[in-house]
Design a protein around this ligand. Structure first.
Ligand code: ATP
Ligand code: MG
Length: 176
């Protein structure tokens, strides 16, 4: 992990679950991911990883996102996946709404204007449930898919602590 210098913060843009959604996500994680699971408070869906960001750059990002329009969409989380190399067990959707891809593209467009270089890898909507997971993903999909109503984007700071990363929501769009 590239550690931020003193005047930098490690940031990302994410879909941030409400308490009710978080509870449902945490239940699934507890059921399938065992002791390697991501802590409940950390469950999220990353849209854009911004990385180490200084104050001037953060101000530019915030200005670029002020009038961001976030479409109201429903994400149906109905499948598990496993990436063997990073050993990540994740929860995702068998039909990611096109509006979510468009939202990520719009974020990239706005951030590019501030000098940000988007990842070359295509966006894959997923919520990490466990790391260092030995795999494979459960063969059965979740019994009851989680329906996540999305209408805002959160700017989140990742802080490292002896117990692992802790996240803090700095602001949300639209408004608030
Ligand atoms: P740790 O790195 O301490 O194990 P973490 O991965 O949860 O914890 P961060 O590395 O700060 O915390 O990552 C924050 C979010 O950004 C996570 O969703 C992570 O998957 C994602 N992320 C981190 N690095 C990258 C990267 N280089 N490219 C894309 N997404 C990233
Ligand atoms: Mg990481």
């Amino acid at each position: 992990m590239c550690a931020p210098t003193e005047d930098e913060r490690r940031l990302f843009l994410a879909l941030w679950p409400s308490d009710a959604e978080r509870r449902q996500l945490a239940e699934l994680a507890a059921a399938v991911a065992g002791r390697r699971r991501v802590r409940d408070a950390n469950l999220h869906l990353t849209l854009v990883f911004l990385g180490a960001t200084n104050a001037a750059r953060l101000a530019a990002y915030e200005a670029a996102l002020t009038d961001l329009a976030v479409p109201s969409l429903e994400l149906i989380l109905d499948r598990y996946g496993y990436w063997p190399r990073p050993r990540i067990l994740w929860l995702g959707s068998s039909h990611t709404p096109p509006e979510l891809y468009e939202l990520v593209a719009e974020l990239h467009r706005r951030l590019r204007g501030c000098g940000f270089t988007p990842e070359r890898r295509a966006f894959q909507a997923h919520i990490t449930l466990a790391r260092k997971f030995s795999g494979p993903a459960p063969t059965q999909p979740p019994v009851a898919p989680i329906r996540w109503r999305v209408n805002e984007v959160a700017l989140v700071e990742s802080q490292s602590s002896p117990e692992g990363s802790r996240y803090r929501v700095l602001c949300r769009w639209p408004g608030g």
